[in-house]
Design a protein around this ligand. Structure first.
Ligand code: SF4
Length: 292
């Protein structure tokens, strides 16, 4: 049985005291324990930023890569070892900004990944510049007259693209978030959990403002209704939390390949012998006629 103690890392936490990232960390650890996953069965992947430090604070496999590149790295890890439970935990600037292209195409591919995005609506590590989800008109360090463009509608994009599991969590409700993460990991295919993570250092609004606005979806909410999900996401007065949308099961990226490989990690496969390798590569090594 996995325990919280096993996940305890010796690394000194670098977040501000009182930062809601601490609560997201707690929710991630608790969800992994609820799923009875031991640290050697888990791999966390992140990019750059405050949120991207999270994998340092758990004792498990992790890869902390380049800015915006967490998703392609996670895809590679998944391809090489389908037995690992792979999660990406990173910030909205990293994922929707620098990594926007990867985000969109990961939605198309539907790999078996859980993507947890700490969304505080600006780049906190570099002192509060606007990010892709900063509200229109909000004054930020490089936008003294207010951000002139509307935020990227990331959850709407995920729903329209047919992501199988689209959820919104709130760092101020780590128990609900713990359940969402566990559910997201159980989902076969991509699960996106966008987490409202107020920054207490560079944020413009007090925590109570978020507590009032972030409310669970009403009882009887139908997460299979795509238009209902878009309406719930577009609600201006409140941020609904919970599973906003679930789509019918669709093909999962890489599963056919993994079946072919009997779900054995690449390191467990016998390397091809030199003769076979030469035969496979031969057509690609021929020089076109007339070339020197
Ligand atoms: S700057 Fe903001 S996001 Fe970063 S650790 Fe401090 S409170 Fe958290």
């Amino acid at each position: 049985m996995a325990t919280l103690e096993e996940y305890k890392s010796g690394a000194e936490i670098q977040w501000c005291p009182g930062c809601p990232n601490h609560l997201i960390l707690k929710a991630v650890k608790s969800a992994l324990v609820d799923l009875d996953l031991s640290p050697h069965e888990v791999c966390l992947v992140s990019g750059i930023g405050q949120a991207a430090k999270l994998p340092h604070y758990l004792e498990c496999n992790f890869f902390n890569g380049l800015h915006g590149r967490a998703l392609p790295v996670a895809l590679g890890i998944l391809a090489a070892n389908p037995r690992l439970t792979t999660l990406v935990t990173t910030g909205e600037g990293d994922c929707y900004g620098e990594g926007g292209n990867h985000f969109i195409h990961t939605l198309r591919r539907n790999p078996n990944l859980t993507l947890i995005v700490h969304n505080n609506s600006f780049y906190a590590l570099t002192k509060g510049q606007a990010s892709p989800t900063t509200p229109l008109g909000e004054i930020r360090s490089l936008h003294p007259k207010g951000v002139p463009m509307p935020p990227l509608k990331v959850l709407e994009i995920a729903v329209i693209q047919g992501c199988g599991f689209v959820a919104r969590g709130f760092a101020g409700d780590p128990e609900q978030l713990r359940g969402l993460i566990a559910e997201g990991v159980r989902h076969r295919g991509l699960s996106l959990i966008d987490v409202i993570q107020p920054c207490i250092t560079w944020g413009k609004k007090p925590l109570d403002w978020y507590r009032e606005k972030a409310v669970p979806l009403p009882a009887g909410y139908d997460s299979s209704d795509r238009f209902g999900a878009l309406r719930a996401i577009g609600e201006n007065e409140r941020f609904y939390t919970g599973v906003l949308y679930r789509s019918p099961q669709k093909p999962v990226f890489g599963e056919a390949f993994h079946r072919l490989m009997n779900n054995v990690p690449l390191t467990g496969l016998e390397p091809p012998d030199e003769k076979t390798l030469r035969e496979v590569l031969a057509p690609f090594c021929k020089r076109p006629p007339g070339s020197v």
